[in-house]
Write a protein of this length. Structure first.
Length: 157
């Protein structure tokens, strides 16, 4: 190749690389912004009623020890229903979804609390690293929700 042709080729290669890098993150940042917007509307943990339980129902970290996440709606045993619903807004790379968790008392079908969160994964340049991710709000998920609903009774005598 001639010297001038080589410069044009390299310039094109550099320009194409920069364009690819700048466009790759755009959708990722748009999805993060949309997740933040949705979090501001309905994200977070809402507790409608707390339940006091004896200390033996909790582990050393204060978490309910009767929670079995692999049991589906029966994850909290016979007294409570655990519902988890994941709604995908976008699948593929990147992907974005909403997670809604609801705890219901079986005897009267009252909702004791809910957790709503939004997440994004992917949207990065291909490479050896794991995909980046974003989730909001900070206080979200099954265990934080259960720790806010189920409270240890104090031994007052």
């Amino acid at each position: 190749m001639e010297d001038g042709s080589m410069r044009k080729f390299l310039a094109f290669f550099v320009f194409a690389g920069l364009a690819l890098v700048s466009l790759t993150g755009c959708e990722k940042y748009q999805l993060d912004a949309e997740a933040r917007r949705l979090c501001a509307i309905d994200g977070g943990i809402k507790v409608y009623e707390t339940v006091e339980l004896p200390p033996e129902k909790f582990n050393e970290w204060g978490q309910p020890n009767f929670y079995r996440p692999d049991q589906g709606e029966n994850a909290l045993g016979v007294d409570y229903v655990f519902k988890k619903k994941v709604i995908y807004y976008r699948q593929g790379n990147p992907e974005m979804w909403k997670t809604h968790i609801q705890v219901i008392r079986r005897i009267d079908e009252k909702t004791l609390g809910v957790s709503t969160s939004y997440s994004r994964r992917g949207g990065d340049l291909p490479g050896p690293a794991h995909d980046s991710s974003f989730g909001c709000p900070e206080d979200r998920g099954d265990v934080p929700l259960l720790m806010r609903i189920f409270q240890q009774t104090s031994d007052r005598k």
